[in-house]
Ligand binder design. Structure first.
Ligand code: SF4
Length: 603
């Protein structure tokens, strides 16, 4: 075994040219083969790559899909986001656990199968869902869970259980997944007919500066959520000092409730790669990286094949489009289960073979990004827009959508509606019209933009989805009147607590305190001053956290406080005669009683 390990590590490091910036790939390969990155393996990798062992340990301990302790050859990762919970994931979890004879977080006694929870895997439109190794299982119930375990015990091959195959390219020979696109509405921009190479050939007929000019004219803004103008970002990157430049596509859509990039990656990856290539031409880069979230690893062979086809057709490689001196190629970097890597500087760290820690800004990635070189990081949907703008022109792009927010937006709709799925809608669509479109009635609340966005109620359903009103990276979660909205907010706080990288105190500690106080209110033990505490602590976390994640993490509490104040008011108890009505003396004495080993007398 140890000879095997040593030989495997030597080979795998050689495959990545003993390049320490490829540590993520090396660790992922090792995890897949041996079920862990053991202490011994860390030492061997460090030696091969001429880095410190602690660097390998630091990376391994950061990512959820990597582990120092051995896991089973089969790992069942059951999604535990709020939508899966509402669709019955607890029953599915119980069935998996019962059939395996273990608890969540454990490995079967024969060491073969590990069962654990994982945050959103991008399948909220077909929840409950799980990933078993790299195979996705959707629309689970307890019977299916039991059947899966019985079959895995027999043959140990999750891929054999992936039936029936899903729609569109999910049935492609290189995908063979039971995932469904659920593409409910195609718009004029992303999912319209498109011929590969059209946008690129038009871009190459212009100078790089003219390409940036067209993107600026189109007023394209980043589709990932922050909405920064793409043309301006490219201009900064092009003008920054440096001999090398990089284009990175952020396909790490980890915001719970978001899955629209999954549909692009399945149905039109060529359009996205074309946008990246145009980006490379515009900023003067020779290398592009697609950062693909580990949860979408099932798409990897298909995406690699798309890249090979583009190379064969002269759309990647040397002298692209017979344009001398335009050389550009793309590699795919697989993530390993860390939401924070959706933040662009954390994503860059991950591409560099490091923990996904966000970096301090400035300098911004446009000045010093990947390997300290000028780098543009854009989202999957943004790159698709780029290819379409170059093909059809900036005026065409601007005619669609609303005045302040041109074009279309992809929305991932999930929760309490009849038709969950992906919708390409013009910017400026009213929330009420969207609800009609997706078949949602009796709606009490909508979470716009995922947990880091805001929860709105019926009073806001006349508002519109666009950058100037309700901005969203794409996640739309719908909740009907039977749902406990504060429980949902509390679950969102669980998510942020779990995903905080831990670097700064407001985010690492503040969110724990925020959730504790919220849960106290939910349990009926809150008082009016708790609401002031929530507001002040939430604001303080927002203003003092280091990166976008911490700055938006109190939003589940702050937006419910703002838009659903009545729900809080009903739960908190006013003090009477100077006494705290919410004070529960019995539960407060429990710890002291257990230390003293005797009950207290209460008069
Ligand atoms: Fe890490 Fe949170 Fe601080 Fe961001 S805000 S750096 S995620 S601890």
């Amino acid at each position: 075994m140890s000879e095997n390990l040593s030989a495997f590590i030597k080979n795998i490091c050689k495959k990545y040219k003993n390049d320490h910036t490829r540590l993520m790939d090396i660790a992922n390969d090792l995890q897949n083969e041996f079920g862990c990155v053991s202490g011994k393996a860390m030492g061997l990798i460090a030696k091969e790559l001429s880095i410190h062992r602690v660097d390998v340990e630091s990376l391994t301990s950061f990512y959820a899909f990597l582990s120092k302790q051995p896991k089973g050859k089969i790992v069942i990762r059951l999604c535990n986001d709020i939508i899966d919970e509402l669709k019955g994931s607890a029953e599915v979890a119980a069935a998996f656990a019962d059939e395996l004879g273990i608890n969540i977080g454990e490995t079967s006694p024969d060491g073969k199968i590990t069962l654990e929870y994982t945050p959103c895997i991008g399948m909220c439109d077909q929840a409950p869902a799980a990933i078993i190794n790299e195979v996705v299982f959707t629309n689970l119930n307890s019977d299916k869970a039991r059947e899966i375990v019985r079959s895995l015990k027999k043959h140990g091959d999750p891929a054999r259980l992936s039936t029936p195959l899903g729609d569109g390219n999910n049935a492609n020979e290189l995908v063979r997944s039971m995932v469904n696109n659920n593409l409910r509405r195609k718009g004029e921009v992303i999912f319209a007919d498109y011929k590969s190479g059209d946008g690129l050939s038009k871009a190459l007929s212009l100078s790089p500066v003219e390409v940036i000019r067209d993107i600026k004219t189109s007023r394209l803004r980043g589709r990932g959520g922050a909405g920064f103008p793409t043309g301006m970002k490219w201009e900064f990157t092009r003008q920054a000092e440096g001999t090398k430049r990089y284009v990175i596509c952020n396909a790490d859509e980890g915001e719970p409730g978001t899955f629209k990039d999954r549909v692009i990656l399945t149905e039109c990856p060529d359009l996205m790669f074309e946008g990246m290539t145009i980006g490379g031409y515009a900023i003067g880069a020779e290398t592009g990286i697609l950062y693909l979230r580990g949860e979408y690893a099932y798409l990897l062979p298909y995406l690699e094949n798309t890249l090979s086809n583009r190379r064969r057709n002269g759309l990647l490689g040397k002298n692209i489009g017979s344009k001398r001196e335009f050389n550009f190629d793309i590699r795919i970097q697989i993530g390993a289960g860390a939401y924070i890597c959706g933040e662009e500087t954390a994503l860059i760290s991950s591409c560099e073979g490091l923990r996904g820690d966000p970096k301090t800004r400035p300098p911004f990635p446009a000045q010093k990004g990947y390997l300290a070189a000028p780098t543009t990081v854009n989202n999957v949907e943004t790159f698709c827009c780029v290819a379409r703008i170059l093909d059809k022109g900036a005026p065409w792009f601007m005619e669609i959508g609303s005045k302040g927010s041109p074009s279309t937006k992809l929305l991932s709709v999930s929760g309490d509606c009849h038709m969950p799925g992906t919708y390409e809608v013009p910017f400026g669509i009213k929330v009420s019209d969207l609800l009609k479109m997706v078949g949602a009635d009796d709606v009490a609340a909508i979470q716009i933009g995922g947990p880091s966005g805001q929860m709105i109620g019926p009073a806001d359903f006349k508002r519109t989805i666009c950058y100037d009103d309700l901005a969203t990276g794409g996640s739309i979660m719908i909740f009907n009147s039977s749902r406990n909205l504060l429980h949902i907010a509390s679950r969102f706080m669980d998510f942020f607590i779990e995903e905080s990288c831990g670097f700064c105190t407001p985010c690492r500690v503040g969110n724990v305190l925020l959730k504790e106080r919220l849960d106290r209110i939910i349990a009926g033990n809150g008082e009016p001053s708790d609401l002031i505490y929530l507001q002040e602590l939430g604001e303080s976390i927002k203003t003092s956290s280091r990166c976008g994640m911490g700055q938006t993490s109190p939003n589940p509490v702050l937006s419910t406080l703002k838009n659903f104040r009545g729900v809080y008011d009903k739960l908190v108890k006013k003090n009477k005669d100077g006494l705290m009505c919410s004070f529960d003396i019995k539960s407060s004495l429990k710890e002291a009683e257990s230390i003293a080993g005797r009950p207290s007398e209460i008069f």
